[in-house]
Design a protein around this ligand. Structure first.
Ligand SMILES: [Zn+2]
Length: 460
């Protein structure tokens, strides 16, 4: 139930610019390579603190009315989540600080000199400059990335050994650098053609790029990190149950669009997601979910993803991203000139067309991306809430005691993924892509328009 892709896809082009690894990661891009912990929206944490300790499962009568953890699990969930929050901010700060230092210390200007010495050809210079800059910034945030993975190993969330992890990390770096080169060459072209409107032209060019990336991510990029196969291959019964659900909703989703991911090779966490666009649109279930949850609970989690699928959340997120990106591009344009007017001489930058000016854009993009997180996450949380409603309505009447089943699914998911039982409101606001898990559980447990004679919102 975690990340649906595109919420951050926007920021994708943006993140590429800013080379803030995390931004893309949280989404889906590299679930595997993702430096867990760091920029993570990762485990959808949760809220509201039950009186900690006791109540190993839940009260008999009310069923699973609240998210409750054993004393040991509670301590772990809180400790793990809090470190993850700190890592998120440290990571963002490092990205910003590194870009600024590169300017201040003349390192960006040095990279430019190197690139210009290699060739007089502008494209070749870009091929030299961009990897230098991107990789240097990535190295600055690498300690946080490493620490994040060490942490997820210590808390037994990840089970991925360092060798495999580094391989994923390397693949991800190659992708980032390749995308960054493509994006920067495009940006450079736009900037030279139109010094005053490049931000608009670049944005126009970014729209099809975002669309193609969203379309191709499940086909090309995800398989670099995980193995996928149609769910029906190993779980024909579950697939049949899912088909029944989708038929009931009047929106039949073909079997070929439900996939199984071998998450258990790398993680203990339980999850699922919806991704893709058009012909690549699909729901993906982590094998850990099927292995660790009860079949009915898995069905609820799948129903939530079907909500994303049916309600077109990926497409909506692309539209949202496009708007965010337009604003961001304009601010980058204004910010670049504002900064150059003041510090160009200090930073040894000749003008907007100097390669080193890209480091200024990077600095600004890092800042905007950080400041924009609450906006993007707020949007994502609202989609997640709607997907929860859809999921609850879909299983109602089909699975006995469906509200309890859903609440139980949240409970189990929270326990296994160490969801924070009591996240401070500020962190929820800033970096939660999902509503706090405890809130979702309470909502699920009490959602009942039927008994009040009200019409359900999505599934009639
Ligand atoms: Zn979701």
């Amino acid at each position: 139930m975690r990340y649906l892709p595109a919420a951050r896809v926007s920021i994708f082009v943006f993140a590429i610019l800013s080379s803030q690894s995390g931004a893309v990661s949280a989404t889906r891009f590299f679930a595997g390579a993702a430096p867990q912990g760091a920029h993570s929206t990762q485990a959808p944490p949760s809220g509201r603190s039950p009186q900690q300790g006791d109540s190993e499962t839940n009260g008999r009568d009310t069923g699973t009315a609240q998210y409750t953890l054993s004393h040991e699990r509670y301590q772990k969930a809180v400790a793990y989540s809090r470190v993850a929050y700190v890592l998120y901010f440290v990571d963002a700060f490092l990205g910003i600080a590194a870009a600024w230092l590169f300017l201040r210390l003349g390192i960006a200007a040095k990279f430019r000199d190197i690139a210009e010495n290699v060739s007089a050809n502008r494209w070749v210079q870009g091929l030299v400059f961009v990897p230098l800059l991107v990789f240097a910034i990535q190295l600055c945030t690498l300690p946080v990335t490493l620490y994040g993975h060490a942490l997820s190993l210590r808390y037994e969330q990840s089970i991925q050994g360092w060798g495999s992890w580094f391989l994923d990390w390397a693949k991800y770096e190659v992708l980032i650098v390749a995308f960054a080169i493509a994006i920067v060459l495009l940006l450079d072209l736009a900037m030279r053609r139109s010094p005053r409107r490049w931000w608009l032209y670049f944005w126009l060019a970014a729209l099809p790029i975002i669309t193609v990336l969203t379309f191709s991510t499940p086909l090309v990029i995800d398989p670099l990190f995980h193995h996928f196969e149609p769910l029906a291959k190993q779980y024909p019964d579950l697939t049949a149950s899912i088909e029944k659900l989708t038929q009931r909703a009047g929106v039949p989703i073909p079997q070929e669009r439900i996939f199984l991911m071998d998450a258990s090779a790398k993680t203990n966490q339980v999850n699922a997601y919806a991704t893709g666009l058009g012909a690549s649109k699909r729901v993906v279930i982590w094998d850990t979910t099927i292995k660790k949850l009860l079949p009915d609970e898995t069905l609820f989690i799948v129903s939530h993803e079907l909500g994303h699928y049916v309600l077109g959340h990926v497409f909506q997120a692309i539209l949202f991203s496009a708007v965010v990106l337009l604003v961001a591009m304009y601010l980058l344009f204004r910010g670049l000139h504002w900064a150059l007017d003041r510090w160009a001489a200090d930073w040894k930058i000749y003008g907007a067309n100097d390669w080193a000016a890209l480091a200024v854009l990077l600095l600004l993009a890092n800042i905007f991306s950080f400041v924009g997180d609450p906006v993007t996450n707020g949007f994502s949380r609202s989609q997640e809430h709607r997907a929860d409603i859809y999921g609850l309505e879909l299983i109602h009447g089909l699975i006995p005691n469906s509200e309890e089943v859903a609440a139980r699914a949240f409970q189990d998911l929270g326990e296994m993924d160490l969801s924070d039982p009591n996240p401070p409101a500020f962190f929820t606001f800033w970096l939660y892509s999902h509503p706090p898990l405890a809130d979702r559980l309470v909502f699920a447990h009490s959602y009942d328009p039927w008994s009040r004679g009200e019409a359900p919102r999505y599934v009639k």
